[in-house]
Design a protein around this ligand. Structure first.
Ligand code: B12
Ligand code: SF4
Length: 553
């Protein structure tokens, strides 16, 4: 930290707590990457706080106390992560607070990228579209520091910066024009997570961002629209980041790319590098990656991932119904999803992400076809979880995220419900499903599915509270469990000629580990699910939903 000059704060606003990932402490890398590029700008201090992992001073409402933070280290530039819609109300209230402190407020991320006008009216001075690293550098070059220490930007210079939105002299929205995407991600300064101060806990996982964008274009997703086709930094750069944090004692890593295997050769190269590093320095490491099910088609990649220490795959299955997958433009069929998932389950733990009741276009009565009921759909989901051998599941309502084709469609049809951004976390229905679907039932089924998965059926929830029976069985029935799994694997091995090969002895141990792991996660998931259900019941949302539809009818 320098003695004089002005300071810059980056803020990751508190997001919804109704999420299966609530307990996972991991910062979004995008804003930290932006801040990491500001090293040589002569600022007194550049630092960040993550309100989702925060142990600093608190205010009387139990939220991070920015007034005290400002007293400790006044920041004249406040940068906000605006990529998560459910944290947007918090971001706006912080931006207004920072404006009162006299700071220039800047935000980037997929939400503000899609809705700059809203942000500019809610306390944000500058919205950065797309990738923020070079735009932020250029913006900050236009900042002028007055003799009294106040900071403001040079408007004439600012409007020359491409890829930003501001309000012009007449308070009208002004977009400065499209910016070219960053060509060489290797040239960026490495992401420095140490910029984040006042942490409450060590990170659960270290996020490593190698690539951006996606070659698919699912209707409900903002990625392709924000970034376009996939591009990535070199495997060497990602390895450097992994080594840096491995040397700080971290063992769990999360590759944040939407599809780790988008470029198979580079994914294999990175895996080989990680394997070599682990072997050479005798390091233990576990990696979680997000992939599409197509990864099952490539044995060379599966083998490399296994050897590198990839243990968890997060897969967006989305739906076990072909009609839904087609409407989403997911580019896969259920039969393939199932076949691939069964294969992948033999090598990895699978986390399945699902959307329930995907909204269809409203059709005139004459064109309507008979549809599955919501109950029938729910049953298909439950069957699929089991058949696809998924370890942990997440079932959400479809969220009309800003910047997606889904939102554009629902908006054009006048089907967006008047709910706040805080409800955009997948736990709440945010759109009108149309006259043939019971909105209340549609709202409740995803949570029922989660409840059943993590807490069991009614009988299980009362008799086997906290899964105590399973804990007892796993602990004392250990030899029986091992023998059962050993013979099960032996029989499977005879039936299937799997490649990469699996060792029956080792795999029985692996399966026992899986039983323990899943039991632990189910028990934790059960606690989180109970909390949500309680929070939901106590919230005003069920009433809002009822009132909206009764008024409409
Ligand atoms: C990794 C990831 C996760 C991880 C980790 C999250 C984390 N802490 O990073 C996990 C799995 C936990 C997760 C969970 C969820 N996620 Co998520 N996630 C992602 C993913 C795939 C990558 C994020 C990332 O690292 N991107 C790479 C960086 C480099 O890009 P970036 O963040 O966009 O940042 C760049 C620019 O936006 C800009 N920028 C960003 N901030 C700022 C700030 C300033 C000041 C400036 C100048 C520029 C700037 O510059 C950056 C660098 O170029 C994104 C999709 C995506 N590709 O972005 C979804 C995404 C962010 N997730 C999304 C969602 C919805 C969720 C969930 C709510 C899903 C759910 N219902 O469970 C949960 C919420 C978790 C929670 N607790 O609230 C949505 C958010 C959309 C929205 N408007 O709300 C996204 C965009 C995916 C989508 N569906 O379209 N997620
Ligand atoms: S959901 Fe996944 S596969 Fe589909 S566009 Fe988004 S990132 Fe790509």
């Amino acid at each position: 930290m320098k003695e004089d000059g002005i300071s810059v704060i980056g803020v990751i606003p508190r997001h919804s707590q109704n999420n299966i990932y609530t307990k996972v402490k991991m910062p979004p890398v995008g804003i930290i990457s932006v801040l990491s590029q500001l090293n040589n700008f002569g600022f007194k201090e550049v630092y960040a706080i993550d309100e989702n992992n925060y142990g600093g001073p608190m205010d009387s409402t139990g939220m991070p106390d920015h007034t005290t933070l400002q007293k400790r280290e006044p920041a004249k530039i406040a940068m906000f992560y605006g990529g998560m819609s459910n944290s947007i109300p918090r971001m706006f209230s912080l931006a207004q607070q920072y404006k009162k402190f006299g700071a220039i407020t800047i935000a980037g991320g997929s939400h503000v990228d899609a809705l700059p006008g809203e942000a500019l009216k809610s306390g944000i001075d500058i919205v950065v579209h797309g990738e923020g690293e070079y735009s932020a550098q250029e913006i900050l070059k236009t900042v002028v520091i007055a003799k009294n220490g106040e900071a403001y930007f040079n408007y004439d210079e600012l409007i020359k910066v491409k890829g930003i939105s501001i309000l012009d002299e007449n308070d009208k929205w002004l977009f400065t024009g499209k910016r070219e995407p960053i060509k060489n991600l290797d040239e960026l300064v490495d992401v420095d997570l140490d910029l984040i101060k006042y942490m409450e806990k060590r990170w659960s996982m270290i996020p490593v961002s190698r690539g951006r964008g996606c070659n698919y274009n699912c209707e409900f997703c903002a990625v392709n629209r924000q970034y376009g086709r996939y591009k990535a930094s070199s495997p060497k750069k990602a390895l450097k980041q992994i080594i840096r944090y491995s040397e700080k004692g971290y063992r769990d890593f999360f590759i944040t790319d939407d599809n780790f295997a988008q470029s198979v050769n580079e994914a294999v190269e990175l895996c080989n590098m990680i394997e070599n590093y682990k072997r050479k320095f005798n390091k233990k490491m576990e990696l979680t990656v997000q992939v599409r099910s197509e990864v099952a088609e490539n044995d060379r990649l599966i083998e490399a991932m296994k050897r590198a220490g990839v243990t968890n795959l997060a897969i967006g299955y989305e739906s076990p119904i072909n009609e839904d997958l087609r409407a989403m433009n997911k580019g896969v069929r259920v039969e393939k999803l199932l076949e691939r998932s069964i294969k992948l389950s033999k090598y990895f733990y699978l986390h399945g992400m699902f959307i329930f009741g995907y909204p269809k276009e409203l059709k005139p009565t004459s064109e309507k076809e008979p549809e599955l009921t919501l109950e029938q759909r729910a049953k298909l989901y439950e069957d699929f979880f089991k058949k696809a051998r998924i370890d942990t599941v997440q079932v959400l309502n479809a969220v009309p995220i800003p910047g997606t084709g889904l939102r554009a469609k629902l908006e054009a049809e006048g089907r967006l419900l008047p709910v706040g951004w805080d409800k955009y976390d997948g736990q709440y229905l945010c759109y009108d499903p149309g006259p043939d679907v019971n909105a209340e039932e549609l709202q409740n089924i995803p949570r029922k599915l989660m409840k059943k998965w993590y807490l069991g059926n009614v009988m299980n929830r009362s008799l086997n509270y906290g899964n105590w029976m399973n804990w007892v069985y796993n602990t004392f029935g250990f030899p029986a469990l091992y023998t059962k799994l050993f013979f099960h694997n032996l029989a499977e091995k005879k039936k299937e000629n799997l490649f990469p090969k699996r060792n029956t002895f080792v795999n029985a141990w692996g399966d026992i580990k899986r039983e323990w792991r899943n039991l632990k996660l189910k028990t934790c998931g059960g606690i989180i699910t109970r909390k949500w259900l309680k929070a939901y019941k106590e919230s005003d949302y069920p009433k809002t939903l009822k009132e909206y539809f009764s008024k409409k009818s």
